[in-house]
Design a protein. Structure first.
Length: 277
């Protein structure tokens, strides 16, 4: 009896596993032509300076709307792109589009200070040594000032190969581009890394920001990250600010910049051209 049930279980699990594999393969096939079919687009989430509330830039976030599958979450398709190597084609396309959108903002919007665009760069894009070439080609083709391009790298992209990463980041910063460490605090080695990896700033992961009002540990950690970053001459962005209280406490603790639903959702480039704060 048990044997039979076991067999059925096995068949059930292996079928579920096959379906998961098939789904990934299918997503990868569909993602391959998605850019050319116009299914991929960028949305922009504004970033604000806490001392005066000014909008200072925006983060580019990729969206995929497939005709049959609908919206596919970035956490899913970015992972597929990363695993399959497709990100090495998609990444430069995203970078180029974001730089050219940022040039349009400077022309159309009337901001007192030019707004930066922050672009997410995946571990694979960093490991493939072509990034400095891709970045300089984007800046040259679009005419965007280098200091208005911010690259966001996750801790995991940098960990393990600090020497290579440091050389690459120094080269990028030498071009005038800014570099941010994304999802900061989620990797365990966080704080000690900052001495070895040259970055302009860190983005405190939204899992810490989520609980700063309720959990004294998360507030203590956030406060410590801000103090330590500042002592190293590094700026701090808080992500995932969903409540006024979070904004207030981050501002009180000396955090430099913030983004989140309470401040502004990601919007299309056309909406962003009109966006007022
Ligand atoms: P991320 O770079 O940490 O981006 C922040 C994510 O938090 C975005 O999710 C954004 O929509 C979401 N978010 C912003 N404010 C709030 C808030 O107040 N509350 C909550 N709960 N969420 C908020 P999204 O767009 O789904 O992107 C997820 C991740 O996918 C990004 O995390 C990034 O790692 C990756 N990603 C997105 N676009 C790109 C891209 O063009 N290239 C690469 N390599 N990765 C990308
Ligand atoms: Mg990011
Ligand atoms: Mg993040
Ligand atoms: Mg907590």
């Amino acid at each position: 009896q048990a044997k039979v049930a076991g067999k059925n279980c096995f068949r059930f699990y292996s079928r579920a596993m096959n379906q998961a594999v098939e789904r990934r393969v299918h997503l990868e096939q569909e993602l391959r032509g998605a850019w050319d079919r116009g299914e991929l687009s960028l949305v922009y989430q504004p970033v604000f300076r806490l001392v005066d509330g000014a909008m200072i830039g925006a983060e580019a976030l990729l969206r995929w709307r497939h005709p049959e599958l609908g919206f596919v979450a970035p956490s899913v398709f970015i992972d597929v792109a990363e695993q399959s190597g497709l990100i090495e084609v998609l990444g430069p396309q995203v970078l180029h589009a974001a730089c050219s959108d940022a040039v349009a903002w400077q022309k159309v919007r009337k901001d007192p200070e030019p707004l930066f665009v922050a672009v997410n760069v995946s571990p694979r894009q960093l490991r493939n040594g072509d990034l400095p070439n891709v970045v300089s080609a984007c800046l040259r083709d679009t005419g965007l000032a280098a200091d208005l391009l911010h690259l966001e790298l996750t801790e995991t992209a940098v960990i393990g190969d600090e020497l290579h990463a440091s050389a690459l980041l120094s080269e990028l910063r030498g071009m005038g581009v800014r570099v941010w460490l994304d999802d900061f605090g989620t990797g365990f080695s966080g704080l000690s890394h900052l001495r070895r990896v040259p970055v302009d700033g860190v983005k405190i992961d939204r899992s810490f920001v989520a609980d700063v009002l309720r959990d004294p540990d998360d507030l203590a950690l956030t406060t410590a990250i801000i103090a330590m970053a500042h002592s190293l001459g590094i700026l701090v962005v808080a992500e995932g600010v969903e409540k006024e209280g979070q904004y207030a406490i981050l501002r009180e603790r000396g955090c430099d910049f913030a983004q989140g639903y309470w401040l502004g959702h990601p919007v299309t480039v056309d909406e962003f051209l009109q966006l007022r704060r």
